[in-house]
Design a protein around this ligand. Structure first.
Ligand code: OSB
Ligand code: MG
Length: 368
């Protein structure tokens, strides 16, 4: 296929409630939406870089620059044979994996629409619904946290992740465990500790957690391997895994026992599937992480999480957990068994509410 036109938009969507992690607090979620036209088909892709460089060095503005000034000019009107072919055409750009992943998603959507097949099927997924959980931001007090978790349990979520940071970690997690003894519970530190300071987390090892996510630095595999030796609870890596090579090295070094896969973080769905395949072949559990996506990115996450190796619930929640209004006509809701149904329509399986899209568009740029 040849992509003849692309529109790139900077979106800002107000969150229903502020989301706080160890790297900061946000009231709104920014991202880029790519609209790619090939023949008479329109494909969409979400680039999950945020406004601030807190989770990753990439931001909406770096992605805007890399896509607009380098990647889009290089691929426009070129024959693109497959997502892999697109990746080889983007190879001249070092890093900037979220920018690349956003465009790759639009190409997957176009391929699915051209072939009349849902993304789930293109990726090799079989599940028609996937187990999900909710990621709960840092709250003002342990009792506030209990109330928020209670609210999500009342909505039907059966797995909860709580964000932690130094000073808001052990007491918070112990409190939740005490109030909800059987809850499937995990924590995420987003790189807030160092090997020397992570010993404060040792009481967590007695709380029957599913996993402890990304306690140490984003560029560190070695110290995670040292930390994992002191914990029975599996360490799960998020920020540290940017490629299938990192995943292989992390497993060889025993830096983790579980991997969180986000297509945006690893440069796209192709690399995400490769990491899944590696882990699946070694019986290493993986799960689908989230980046507070719009309906576009959520559809992509659901398709990815339908692959057989995704054996733990994903950070994929219902639309209403994030936004009052979304940019897709489809709103995702939680089934009574704490699952969300995977879209079945061709490509991502979502259609865009153009009026809603205009309301959240901060700026846009067209290429042809
Ligand atoms: O570390 O998993 C993370 C959101 C933004 C950036 C990083 C993370 C998160 C989440 C939210 O935990 C997961 C979701 O989309 O529900
Ligand atoms: Mg994480």
């Amino acid at each position: 296929m040849k992509i003849t036109r692309i529109t790139m938009r900077h979106l800002s969507m107000k969150l229903r409630s502020p989301f706080e992690t160890s790297f900061g607090r946000s009231e709104a979620r920014d991202c880029l939406l790519l609209e790619a036209i090939a023949d008479d088909l329109v494909g969409y892709g979400e680039c999950v870089a945020d406004r601030d460089p807190g989770y990753s060095y990439e931001t909406v503005q770096t992605a805007w620059h890399i896509l607009g000034d380098f990647i889009i000019p290089a691929i426009l009107n070129q024959e693109i044979l497959s997502p892999q072919d697109l990746q080889s055409k983007m190879d001249f750009v070092r890093g900037h994996l979220m920018a690349k992943a956003g465009l790759e998603m639009a190409v997957w959507d176009l391929i699915g629409k051209r072939e009349g097949r849902p993304l789930r099927e293109l990726l090799g997924g079989h599940r028609i619904k996937v187990d999900v959980g909710v990621s709960v931001g840092i709250q003002d007090s342990p009792s506030a946290l209990v109330r928020v978790v209670e609210g999500y349990l009342a909505q039907g979520y059966r797995r909860v992740k709580i964000k932690i940071k130094p000073g808001k970690d052990v007491l918070e997690t112990q409190t939740i465990r005490q109030v909800f003894p059987d809850l499937r519970l995990q924590v995420d530190a987003n790189s807030a500790y160092r090997l020397e300071t992570a010993s404060v987390l040792s009481p967590l090892d007695k709380l029957n957690l599913l996993l402890i996510e990304q306690p140490l630095a984003e560029d560190d595999l070695w110290d995670h391997s040292q930390l994992q030796k002191n914990f029975t609870t599996p360490i799960c890596l998020d920020e540290s895994i940017l490629s299938v090579r990192h995943a292989r090295q992390a497993l060889e070094m025993k830096s983790c026992k579980v991997i969180n896969i986000k297509a945006g973080r690893v440069g796209g769905l192709s690399e995400a599937v490769a990491i899944h395949n590696l882990c699946h072949s070694q019986q290493v559990p993986v799960w689908c992480g989230g980046m507070l996506e719009t309906g576009v990115g959520r559809a992509s996450n659901l398709a990815l999480a339908s692959l057989p190796g995704f054996s733990l619930p994903g950070d994929i929640s219902a639309t209403e957990r994030y936004y009052f209004e979304d940019i897709t006509h489809q709103r995702f809701s939680l089934n009574s068994d704490s699952t969300i149904t995977v879209p079945q329509e061709p490509g991502l399986g979502v259609t865009i509410d153009l009026q809603a899209l205009e309301r959240v568009t901060q700026s846009k740029k067209g290429f042809r």
